[in-house]
Design a protein around this ligand. Structure first.
Ligand SMILES: Cc1cc2nc3c(=O)[nH]c(=O)nc-3n(C[C@H](O)[C@H](O)[C@H](O)COP(=O)(O)OP(=O)(O)OC[C@H]3O[C@@H](n4cnc5c(N)ncnc54)[C@H](O)[C@@H]3O)c2cc1C
Length: 509
């Protein structure tokens, strides 16, 4: 029997052997590593970045789950069967097929998964309603989504998992058709790791891979920048090279317009998820008036927020970074911005719109912790993307745009609105004027995942198992849509735990 692998030569004599190898340190990888360690196996987790986190740390941090202590405290009686049925309601109108078999694993695994997150010291507020969920199930992490990697990284290390950061998995080693090891490169040079048990692919999605987006999705998706530039889909590539296949590869979340993140996260957003911080936040959430709470909660945000389409319905214009009008924003601001230079757009409002978007039901964006963020939240917390001026010319100057071009764009926008009696009253005429931007058309994430069994084994197109190889999270999405909020993270944690346990069970001494 000879060893083969995707890229490099045969494994070297220095190869190190463990029971389980996990590729990727996001939600799925950390869950897999922790579970394999709980089973008493030796585990190495390979993370190409400086620290674990991946898209998990970019996320809003909503996790949907049932039978949680939070639901119990709120007097909500809920169960996985109802959750599973409601997941089908989310996916029914969708043009892509779903995978209800894996959806059942998600729903049934959620109560234990949530209890495990709590036991690791991760705290949440909620649950919040989100129809067609029949009961509130959405829980939002405190203080922000970096808490997952912070707490689970600590837990894994305590359990003896070797977390190797700055270490990239480059190729799988295949012995006949069985995955037996991984070739890595990074700070420690080129290394070979062999697994007595299984190898778990948990390398995240391919929103940052032009090549995979071109192959599976669309030219628009390929063109648009990702939110997470490290989401290059290497786990998917490794799975394909081993003989796996991708399901729902063309289903991409985006391009979607989102405000660019601040150049540097504020002090509060950089605070680790210390218990004192999360307890204070939870206390504030449960006891303080929203007006006092919201400026603080907004400062903890690490994710990028999406401007609501209602802004454009109410008459806002979208201009490019040179002050030129971006056409079509009323119909689809996301695609319109995706075609603009750099995918960048600035939202322009007048006093009428600004007044509307200071309170419910007109919000600038949804935001974790405060549910909805209004114009004044942006004024207080995002001075870098909030602009106002008494005239359009002055606003253009503050935005660094040519005033002549900017004023002409607003005039064209107003003329377009005036040409239709239904929109004539929406023209931008009342001073002062406002702008929020830049917002950028990002691919938030891709939904194509490897075909997997209910044990999270990677499958070939004919349905046969690739022995030794498991996939979790985005890598093991397996044709699920995961519609609604909080199902992607839920799946990453649940599937990671299932894959970690099964990969561990493969290892005997
Ligand atoms: C802006 C944004 C908001 C979101 N909000 C939510 C939300 O609120 N709720 C929700 O449910 N979902 C949300 N999602 C989706 C969710 O974050 C992801 O689906 C989930 O985090 C995927 O977890 P993962 O472990 O599969 O991948 P990741 O968290 O991306 O982890 C993959 C890890 O693998 C590493 N890696 C990749 N290749 C290699 C390699 N070759 N070698 C070693 N390491 C490698 C990466 O560096 C990364 O750390 C959001 C996503 C984004 C971008």
């Amino acid at each position: 029997m000879g060893n083969t692998e995707g890229h490099a030569g045969p494994p070297d004599a220095q190869a190190q052997t463990v029971d389980v190898i996990v590729i990727g340190g996001g939600a799925a990888g950390l869950a897999a590593a922790s579970m394999a360690a709980t089973c008493g196996r030796s585990v190495v987790l390979l993370e190409k970045d400086r620290e674990p986190g991946g898209s998990t740390s970019w996320s809003v941090g909503s996790v949907s789950a049932t039978a949680t202590p939070h639901q119990f405290r709120a007097g909500i009686l809920d169960n996985p069967q109802d959750h599973w049925e409601d997941i089908q309601k989310f996916s029914a109108p969708h043009p892509h097929p779903d995978n209800p078999e894996l959806g059942r694993i998600l729903a049934e695994g959620s109560p234990d998964m949530f209890a495990w997150l709590l036991s690791a010291g991760i705290d949440f507020v909620g649950p919040m309603p989100e129809p067609p969920h029949r009961r509130p199930r959405m829980h939002n992490v405190l203080p922000n989504s970096r808490a997952f990697a912070y707490r689970l990284g600590k837990l894994c290390r305590k359990q003896g998992v070797r977390i190797l950061t700055d270490t990239r998995a480059d190729a799988l080693i295949l012995d006949q058709d069985r995955a037996t090891g991984v070739r890595t490169s990074g700070v420690a040079g080129v290394q070979t790791w062999l697994a007595r048990g299984g190898i778990v692919l948990a390398g995240g999605d391919y929103s940052a891979s032009k090549e995979l987006k071109t192959r599976f999705a669309s030219p628009e998706a390929a063109m648009a920048d990702p939110v997470n530039p490290l989401a290059t889909g290497e786990g998917i590539r490794l799975g394909l090279e081993a003989g796996g296949e991708v399901l729902n590869g063309d289903y991409v979340r985006g391009p979607f317009l989102r405000f660019v993140p601040p150049a540097r996260a504020g002090l509060l957003a950089r605070l680790p998820a210390w218990r004192i911080v999360t307890r204070l936040m939870r206390w504030g959430y449960e006891n303080l008036a929203p007006a006092l709470l919201r400026p603080v909660m907004m400062k903890f945000l690490t994710t990028t927020l999406a401007p609501d389409a209602g802004l454009f319905r109410e008459g806002s214009a979208l201009v490019d970074r040179d002050g030129g009008l971006i056409e079509g924003a009323r119909v689809n601001p996301h695609l319109a911005a995706a075609r603009a230079p750099g995918g960048l757009g600035y939202i322009v409002m007048d006093q009428r719109i600004a007044t509307q978007f200071r309170q419910w039901p007109h919000f600038i964006s949804t935001a974790p912790g405060v549910a909805y963020a209004y114009l004044d939240d942006y004024r207080r917390t995002r001075g870098d993307i909030y602009f106002t001026a008494p005239t359009l010319e002055e606003l253009a100057r503050r935005l660094g745009m040519d005033p002549g071009r900017f004023v002409a764009s607003v005039a064209t926008h107003n003329a377009q609105l005036a040409s239709d009696p239904r929109t004539a009253s929406l023209q931008l005429t009342r001073a002062p004027f406002f702008s929020l931007g830049p917002a950028k058309a990002y691919v938030v994430f891709t939904n194509g995942g490897l075909r997997v069994s209910t044990r999270l084994e990677v499958l070939r197109p004919d349905g046969s198992i690739i022995p030794g190889l498991y996939a979790a999270g985005s890598n093991g999405q397996g044709g699920q849509l995961l519609e609604g909020h909080g199902h992607h993270l839920g799946w990453a944690f649940v599937s990671g735990r299932v894959a970690g346990r099964n990969a561990a069970m493969q290892s005997t001494r």
